[in-house]
Design a protein around this ligand. Structure first.
Ligand code: NAD
Ligand code: TYD
Length: 350
């Protein structure tokens, strides 16, 4: 398939480009459009890793260490750009339960600062990377883009704020906004606080895998490369300004199934599993209907879950030099706060 011509030679601002999805996007995008230039604006919070961008040719990348809440940094970063993708966010539900303030600051106010700068410029597209968590838990069926927004964690609520704020800049000022709501990503370079990298790295270390409550909570799991290919599609699809698109892969799996798969791939025993006190307000199920995106653009996920999870486990196995220093730093104190005093459940009922 020919690449969309509009992206050749483009200058694209990727905020949060040193994080998990942002960095995978930069690699994916520059592989497909080697003549493009990417500007990354990232404040390098605990989740932002400069080394996530290792291997990108210097001629293709301008890295700016700065905050999306800072209008001067944002103005400088957006200079000369024709497309903006906003990945920058506080993104972990458990941290949002512990301390919601930074989430409101970055995920809502940060979007405001970006939109304010963007509306002064002639951008081709402003892509706000939102999440399926804005729908809240979907106990039956699959959420379409018209589903009510019922976010239930401070993270999800702050993302819903940013999602609708970006939309409002389209409705009010004509900013060429497109909003995406993707489901749970997995893949390389994911900070090991999230389920997949935490359980893979704990299992490699022979540490317990802390399953919240019953472990029957369900998510739709998408490989990060499939998310990235959907984002490229939506950067260039004409006539969709002001619209919102779900991005899912149809891999609905519960936590226990993911846990079992990881243990099997690593050849580790089931005795590592610990059912622990549940997350407060733990959403039982996320499920998306992303048929609108496929109907309109032909986009489809390409990575089967069995292949994607095997490659992901392999990546963490081969890249201990990436995650071991992380787990020894700030992460230790976080882990102790989050799991140190958490009750281990003797009896688990669905
Ligand atoms: P992440 O936490 O791994 O990375 C976030 C990045 O943003 C980091 O590099 C961090 O340094 C940077 N950042 C945070 N605050 C900033 C600020 N104020 N200014 C500049 N940079 C800042 O997150 P991720 O998993 O890569 O998620 C990226 C985006 O995708 C987020 O907006 C998230 O809500 C969304 N999303 C994630 C998933 C998922 O499964 N991980 C699913 C759907 C949507
Ligand atoms: P997570 O990766 O935090 O993503 P989200 O909550 O944003 O979907 O969690 C995915 C699922 O895994 C969710 O149901 C919570 C569960 N989980 C555990 O059981 N134990 C853990 O230590 C973590 C981090 C998550």
């Amino acid at each position: 398939m020919a690449e969309p011509a509009r992206l050749d030679g483009s200058r694209v601002l990727v905020t949060g480009g040193a994080g998990f999805i942002g960095a995978n996007f930069v690699h994916h995008f520059l592989r497909r459009f080697p003549d493009a230039h990417v500007v990354v604006l990232d404040s390098l919070t605990y989740a932002g890793r400069r080394e996530n961008l290792d291997g990108i040719p210097t001629r293709s990348l301008t890295f700016m260490h700065g905050d999306i809440r800072d209008p001067a940094a944002v103005a400088l970063a957006m200079e000369g750009c024709d497309h903006v993708l906003n990945f920058a966010a506080e993104s972990h539900v458990d941290r949002s339960i512990e301390a919601p303030g930074d989430f409101i600051q970055t995920d809502v106010y940060g979007v405001f600062v970006l939109c304010e700068e963007a509306r002064r410029r002639g951008l081709r597209r402003f892509l706000q990377v939102s999440t399926d968590e804005v729908y809240g838990e979907v106990l039956e069926g699959h959420a379409t883009e018209a589903w009510p927004l019922m976010p239930r964690s401070p993270y999800a609520a702050s993302k819903a704020g940013g999602d609708r704020l970006a939309f409002a800049y389209w409705a009010t000022y004509g900013l060429p906004v497109v909003v995406t709501r993707c489901t749970n990503n997995y893949g390389p370079r994911q900070y090991p606080e999230k389920l997949v990298p935490l359980f893979v790295t704990n299992a490699i270390e022979g540490q317990p895998l802390p399953v919240y409550g019953t472990g029957l909570n369900r998510r739709d799991w998408i490989h990060v490369e499939d998310h990235c290919s959907a984002l490229v599609t939506l950067l260039t699809q004409p006539g969709i300004e002001g619209e919102t698109f779900n991005v899912g892969a149809g891999n609905e799996l519960d936590v226990l199934t993911i846990t079992g798969t990881i243990l099997k791939l690593l050849g580790k025993p089931g005795s590592l599993v610990r059912h622990v006190e549940d997350r407060p307000g733990h959403d039982r199920r996320y499920a998306l209907d992303s048929s609108r995106l496929t109907r309109l653009t032909g986009w489809k996920p390409a990575v089967a879950f069995e292949d994607g999870i095997r490659q992901t486990v392999e990546w963490y196995r081969a890249n201990e030099a990436w995650w071991r220093p992380i787990k020894e730093g700030e992460f230790r104190a976080y882990y102790e706060r989050m799991y140190g005093t958490r009750k281990v459940l003797k009896e688990v009922r669905a």
